[in-house]
Structures are given as structure tokens and as C-alpha cells.
Design a protein around this ligand. Structure first.
Ligand code: C2E
Ligand code: CA
Ligand code: CA
Length: 740
């Protein structure tokens, strides 16, 4: 046993010792009159009704304390009976307690339960203990047994069974002083019952007919329960008045039997206790009902609280606390169905992907959270702001607004002017915002408005700051053009018109063509020429980039098969595609089927691909490199990839971004280009300058020691056959100016 439990057990034993001693003393002092002292039983019952593991502690303490008291009093047999009787009471009390605690039963709710209670508490339990006592005392079993029965009934059995639950309720803080208003019919019953009580009491006390002593209790209990606390109180007062009066005039069975005044006093004591105790079940019952209603109310409140919470959660975005996509769309639907003018804005955080990749998701989350807060502040409290997902937000205003959609857009984009503190640094971010305004009376649909706001946002992104754009009819034309492109891209037949041209890459040291880069060209039948910079991202978005790439690769491989063997094929791979599982396996399958030498193939991949999912991309690249395919980092210097990528991913070549070429015309740009080229040289990665448009461009990069060069000045993209013929010519041109 732990020291704490041991101390508790000892303290309890002390308490039981004191209480049992008082009981035994009373028993002896009363000269054989079975005064039952309910205190130890009440305490035991209370303890035993607590947590299960404490029952044993309580029992041990009870046996220790009880035994010590009996040793003190010389161990008379009736004391042992008292201890045993107490245990019996406790068993009954525990049953009642457990039932009350679990609210398992409404004992006092119907007459059957009430009568059962009165019978058990008032008849069966006292009888079960009274007869053994009278037998032990060696007196007449009937007379003394009856007497003991009454005494028990008066002072003990009921007390344990009633007082214990009440004490428990009181201890657990459940008693409240609330008196239920009684119904009129209940009051009539009360008056009748109480009249009966008073009459019976007077009769009993004046007639000294012992067996009737317990009769008043039945109507009293019934009345108490019928009417609640007030009834119980009244019954107690009436009964006590009758008892005191009876005793005062020396009437009543006990007074008559005992004769002397000491006994009268004791009998009065017992009667007082009984009267009080009989009122207690009513209080328990009241409390029980009150607690039940309170619990019910609390449960209902809790339910509605959690329902409100669930509803709020279903409607809000967990990260930003703004409305979520679902809620926003339902609100938009409602607004669209109405006739009021509305403005819809869609915005996203520029370069969010890069922020996330570079600084980590925690910083990314912080940026989104702050952006959400700022957007909300920017548009005011009456405007719906939502996070649609990722870094995409939306705003919806309905009705006439003071300032037009342009002002809303400006406020939104200005919201991120201040840098955002995140992860111990401040980040300067910006947003792009596309707006669409729909006047009242316009025929509109949700998807149409969303598509228009979306289109406006893409325009805004390309605009110089502030990145904000209101959807216009010019955009409507573009929108339909985009739709037609998407439609054409979606089917293999539509994509079949996409062809390849090739742009040579020269070795600047020898002047020889080293490779030819395949570039897609498309004259879409329904739209006209579409640039790859437009349809490649669309193909990525529409998830047709894979079939498109494989078809183009097959085409390029069959073209390149006609070229001399020393000439490589450079082929662009979309960022999305490199990041997909199985990419390297599929590509190798195609190369193998074409019987093209993998060592002649160079794949150009932009650094954004590696930023997106570098694990899968790295795996794919490594698998291809093992087969001899060269991986070329395209557009190096355009994004924000750190130099470490260069090292960790082991590119075979690097292609400098066109911006490096164009900026190299200035002094700083020249320094930067030199730095980058020297870096590549240190890492022993050959680099290519693209976009060489003039003789000066070419001279500059030759002087910087750049290994390869490409650009309109050297050669514009041309057909596959032209490349073959050109490369096969005995003296490749232009070369005179290549070698410095
Ligand atoms: P990129 O890989 O950086 O390709 C170079 C782009 O610059 C090509 O534009 C090329 O025609 C152009 N260019 C080359 N030299 C010069 C020059 O001296 N001056 C100027 N002004 N431009 C020059 P294009 O063909 O429009 O391709 C644009 C981008 O589209 C490419 O950038 C590439 O990222 C992508 N792309 C093109 N074809 C494909 C393809 O088949 N698959 C994939 N995934 N992407 C492709
Ligand atoms: Ca390229
Ligand atoms: Ca490039």
C-alpha cells in the first residue's frame, strides 16, 4: 500500500473507532434498548460508494476501527451484531447509491418504486437486524424484536438508506436550494396526506399501540414525494409537533414502555432524527430531478455548441480562419442566383511555390495566414474573403459598392505591400488579383465568373506591379481562344498538328554544331499559330503533357536518326513531367525502341522542376544518367535555385538563361555572366549561352570561355532535314566568327 493510502486508512480507522465507540456506548447506556447509531454505516456506505479501489480501504478501516472499539468495550455479543448489522445496511445503501449515481432508476418517480423503498428501508432491513438482536439478548423474540424493529426503523435503517445518498449528493456539490412549485392537485393531495399523518401521529402517541408507530411514515413519505421539499418539510414539522406533544404528556408507545424521562429524551432524539431523515428522500429526489434537467440542458447546450463548431469548421479554412472553398462557392451561387450586382476577385501569392520550397512549409503557412488577414482587413468586415486552396484566395462583394471593382483590386494588392514577418525573417511578397464585375440583370453562372476572374488573374500576373486586372471584353476573346486551344490539346487528333523544328547549338571552341534543340511548333487549325510558351503550360494544366511529350520525343528521335552520329539531340522536358514517377522508365523505353544512342540525347530541364519535387526528379535524372543520357539544367539564372542544386544534382551541362545573355550587354550583367561561367568551370560543368542575337553577344561569350552557344545570330530554328543536311555539309557555317 502506498504511504498516502496507508495514512488515509489509519485516519479512517480512527474515525470508525470513534463512531463505533459512540454507538456501543449508546447501546450500553440504553441498557439493552437497541439504539442504532447510523453514523459508521453512513460513512462506510459513502466511502464504499466511491471509486471501486477505495472500497477495500474503507472496509479494512471499518474492521480495524470497529474491532478496536469493541476491544475497548469488552467485546459484548450485541456489539458484534451491531457491526454486522451495519455491514448489512451498508450493502443496501451501496445499492441505492450506485443506482442514484448512475441515474439508473427513478425509484421515487412512481408509487411502486416508492413503496419498495419504504418496505426495504422501513420493514425488511430493520426486521433482518432486529430479530437477531433480540435473540442475542435472550429476550422475547416478538416483543423485543418488535421494539427493536421500531427503534431501528426510527433511527437507523432509513437513516442509512436515505441519509447516505443525500450526504453523497451534498458532498458532490449537487444539492441546490430549489423548491419546485407544486401543482394545485398536488396541494390537495398534500393537505389530505398531512391531515392523515397528523391524525395517525396523535392516535399513535395517545393510544400507545406500538405497532402503529411506523404507520405515519408511509403517508408522510408519499406526501413528501408528491409535493417535493415543501411537503417534506411540512410533514416533518407536523410529525415532530405530534411527537413532542405526545412525549410531553407522557403518551406514546416508547414513553409508555420506558417510563422514565431519560428514555423519553432518547426516544425524542430518535424521533427527531427519523422525522428529519424521512424528509431527506424528497430532497434527494428533487435534486435528482433538478440535476437531470440541468444535465439535459447542459448536454443540449454542449450539443448545440459542438454543432455550431462543426458548422463553423465545415465553413472555415483551418489555416487562415477565412471561409473555405465550399462555403465560398455556395455563397457565390446564391449571389449569382440573385439580381444584385457583384464583384468577384481571385488572387494568389506570386512565387508562392518558391517561397514554400525555399523556406519550408511553416514559413509558407505563415505567409498564407498573414496574407489572409491582410486581405480581410483590406476589404472590410462586410465582404466575404475565402481561401480557395493552396495560395489562392477569393473575395466576393454583392450589392452597390461605394468604390468600383478597381478600387477593391487596388486595396487587395496593396495589402501585401508591407513585408511579411515569417520564420524569423521578413519576406517581401506580392499578390496577383483578377476581378470580374457582374452588373445586375446580367446573365451569369458561377463557373463563367470564376473562369473570368481566373483569366484576369493570369493577365494580372504578367502585368507590371500592381498585379491587378479587371476582366474585360478583350479578355473574353482571349478566354474563348484559350478554350479552343484547350479543346484542341485535349484530343490526340487535336495535338497531331504539333510539330518540331530544331535549333543548332554550336561548340564555341571548334565552331562545329554540337547538338540541335527540338522546339515545338503548332499551327492550331481553329486558332492559328500558338507559341510553345503558351501551349506547354496549358498542356501541363490539362494533364496531356505526357502523351504530348512522348509523341514529340518519338518524332525527334526519328528525325535525329537521320543526322550524323556526332550530332546530339537536345530535347525539352516539362518540369511537371520530370517530377512524375515512372518518367525515366517510360523515356528509356521509347529511346530503346527507337534504337537511338542514349549518349546522343540531352534532356533540358528547368530548375523549377527540381524545386517542385526534387526527390522524384533527382531519382529520374539519375536513372537516365546511368544510361548515358545527359541532363542539362535549362534557364539557369532565371529562377531562384541556389547554386547548391548545381552540385547536388550533378548536371552534365548548364544552359544559361536568356536574361544572362541580354543583361551581359551592361557592365554588371557582364560581371554576373562571367561569375556564373567561372562557377560552372569550377564545377566542371560545360555551359551554353542561349539567345545570342548579335556578333557582340557571341564575341562576349566566346571571350568569357563559354563552351557552347545558341541563338538567332548563329542559326534560327529550322526543319529536321535542314539540320541533317547542314550538319552533313563538309564545312559547317557560320564559323568564321566563332573561334576568337
Ligand atoms: P527554351 O528551352 O529556353 O528555348 C529557347 C527559346 O528561345 C525558343 O523559343 C527559341 O526559339 C528561342 N530563341 C532561341 N534563340 C533565340 C534568339 O536569339 N532570340 C530570341 N528572341 N529567341 C531565341 P520557343 O521555341 O518559343 O520556346 C519557348 C520555350 O518553350 C522553350 O524555352 C521551352 O522551355 C519551351 N518548349 C519549346 N518546345 C518544347 C517542347 O517540345 N517540350 C517542352 N517541354 N517545352 C518546349
Ligand atoms: Ca531549352
Ligand atoms: Ca532556355
Amino acid at each position: 500500500m502506498a504511504p498516502k493510502s496507508l495514512i488515509r486508512c489509519l485516519l479512517l480507522s480512527g474515525a470508525f473507532f470513534v463512531l463505533t465507540s459512540v454507538g456501543i456506548w449508546l447501546l450500553q447506556w440504553s441498557g439493552g434498548f437497541p439504539v442504532m447509531w447510523p453514523a459508521p454505516a453512513i460513512l462506510l456506505a459513502l466511502l464504499a460508494a466511491g471509486p471501486r479501489h477505495k472500497i477495500f480501504q474503507a472496509l479494512i478501516a471499518y474492521i480495524l476501527g470497529g474491532a478496536a472499539a469493541m476491544i475497548l468495550f469488552g467485546w459484548p455479543p450485541e456489539n458484534a451484531v451491531m457491526l454486522a448489522a451495519t455491514l448489512l445496511q451498508v450493502a443496501g445503501a451501496i445499492i441505492v447509491l450506485r443506482r442514484l449515481r448512475g441515474n439508473a432508476v427513478d425509484w421515487f418517480d412512481n408509487l411502486d418504486g416508492l413503496l419498495t423503498f419504504v418496505f426495504v428501508a422501513g420493514v425488511a432491513m430493520p426486521a433482518a437486524a432486529a430479530y437477531p438482536i433480540s435473540l442475542v439478548q435472550g429476550t422475547d423474540a416478538f416483543d423485543n424484536g418488535l421494539l427493536a424493529w421500531f427503534a431501528w426503523f426510527a433511527g437507523n435503517g432509513l437513516a442509512v438508506l436515505v441519509l447516505t445518498p443525500l450526504a453523497w449528493l451534498a458532498l458532490s456539490g449537487k444539492i441546490a436550494g430549489e423548491v419546485a412549485a407544486a401543482h394545485r392537485s398536488d396541494r390537495i393531495v398534500l393537505v389530505a396526506a398531512l391531515s392523515g399523518v397528523a391524525l395517525t401521529a396523535v392516535l399513535v402517541f395517545s393510544q400507545s399501540t406500538g405497532p402503529f408507530l411506523f404507520l405515519p411514515f408511509f403517508p408522510m413519505v408519499v406526501a413528501a414525494f408528491k409535493i417535493g421539499r415543501v411537503g417534506a418539510l411540512l410533514s416533518v414539522v407536523i410529525l415532530l409537533a405530534a411527537a413532542i406533544w405526545g412525549l410531553a404528556i407522557g403518551a406514546g408507545p416508547i414513553a409508555t414502555m420506558m417510563g422514565d424521562s431519560a428514555w423519553r429524551f432518547q426516544a425524542l432524539q430518535l424521533y427527531l432524527a427519523t422525522g428529519l431523515l424521512t424528509a431527506l428522500p424528497a430532497a434527494v429526489e428533487m435534486e435528482y430531478r433538478r440535476a437531470t434537467t440541468r444535465e439535459l440542458r447542459e448536454a443540449l447546450e454542449k450539443l448545440s455548441r459542438s454543432e455550431r463548431r462543426a458548422r463553423r469548421l465545415a465553413h472555415t479554412d483551418a489555416l487562415t480562419g477565412l471561409a473555405n472553398r465550399r462555403f465560398f462557392l455556395s455563397e457565390l451561387e446564391e449571389a449569382v442566383a440573385g439580381d444584385a450586382p457583384l464583384t468577384l476577385a481571385i488572387m494568389d501569392v506570386n512565387q508562392f511555390k518558391a517561397i514554400n520550397d525555399q523556406w519550408g512549409h511553416l514559413v509558407g503557412d505563415q505567409v498564407l495566414k498573414t496574407a489572409g488577414e491582410r486581405f480581410r482587413k483590406a476589404v472590410g468586415p462586410d465582404v466575404l474573403v475565402a481561401r480557395l486552396g493552396g495560395d489562392e484566395f477569393a473575395v466576393l462583394t454583392t450589392g452597390e459598392t461605394r468604390d468600383g471593382p478597381g478600387a477593391i483590386g487596388r486595396r487587395i494588392t496593396a495589402a501585401l505591400d508591407e513585408p511579411i514577418p515569417a520564420g524569423g525573417r521578413t519576406l517581401q511578397v506580392s499578390s496577383s488579383c483578377g476581378l470580374v464585375h457582374s452588373p445586375s440583370g446580367e446573365e451569369r453562372t458561377c463557373s463563367r465568373l470564376l473562369a473570368r476572374a481566373d483569366a484576369a488573374m493570369y493577365h494580372a500576373k504578367r502585368n507590371p506591379a500592381p498585379h491587378m486586372m479587371l476582366f474585360s471584353s478583350a479578355m473574353a476573346a482571349e478566354e474563348s481562344r484559350k478554350l479552343r486551344i484547350q479543346e484542341a490539346l485535349a484530343t490526340p487528333g487535336g495535338r497531331a498538328d504539333i510539330e518540331l523544328v530544331y535549333q543548332p547549338i554550336f561548340d564555341l571552341r571548334t565552331g562545329r554544331m554540337a547538338s540541335a534543340e527540338a522546339l515545338a511548333r503548332w499551327i492550331c487549325p481553329s486558332v492559328g499559330p500558338v507559341a510553345p510558351s503558351e501551349f506547354i503550360p496549358l498542356a501541363e494544366r490539362e494533364r496531356v503533357i505526357r502523351p504530348l511529350t512522348w509523341r514529340l520525343l518519338e518524332l525527334a528521335l526519328s528525325d535525329a536518326a537521320q543526322w550524323p552520329e556526332w550530332l546530339s539531340l537536345s530535347f525539352n522536358i516539362s518540369a511537371d513531367h520530370v517530377c512524375t514517377e515512372g518518367f525515366s522508365r517510360d523515356l528509356l523505353g521509347i529511346v530503346e525502341a527507337s534504337r537511338f544512342d542514349p549518349a546522343r540525347l540531352k534532356l533540358e530541364i528547368t530548375e523549377t522542376a527540381l524545386l517542385r519535387d526534387s526527390a522524384v526528379a533527382t531519382h529520374n535524372c539519375a536513372a537516365l544518367q546511368r544510361q548515358g543520357i545527359h541532363i542539362v539544367l535549362d534557364d539557369f539564372g532565371a529562377g531562384c535555385a541556389s547554386v547548391t542544386y548545381l552540385r547536388s544534382l550533378r548536371f552534365d551541362e548548364v544552359k544559361l538563361d536568356r536574361s544572362l545573355t541580354m543583361n551581359s550587354r551592361s557592365e554588371e550583367g557582364h560581371l554576373l555572366a562571367r561569375g556564373v561561367i567561372e562557377l560552372c568551370a569550377t564545377l566542371e560543368v560545360p555551359c551554353t549561352a542561349e539567345h545570342l542575337e548579335t556578333q557582340q553577344d557571341l564575341d562576349r561569350f566566346v571571350a568569357l570561355g563559354c563552351r557552347f552557344g545558341q541563338g538567332y545570330f548563329l542559326q534560327k530554328p529550322t526543319s529536321g532535314e535542314a539540320i541533317g543536311a547542314f550538319a552533313g555539309a563538309p564545312k559547317p557555317t557560320p564559323q568564321k566568327s566563332l573561334v576568337a
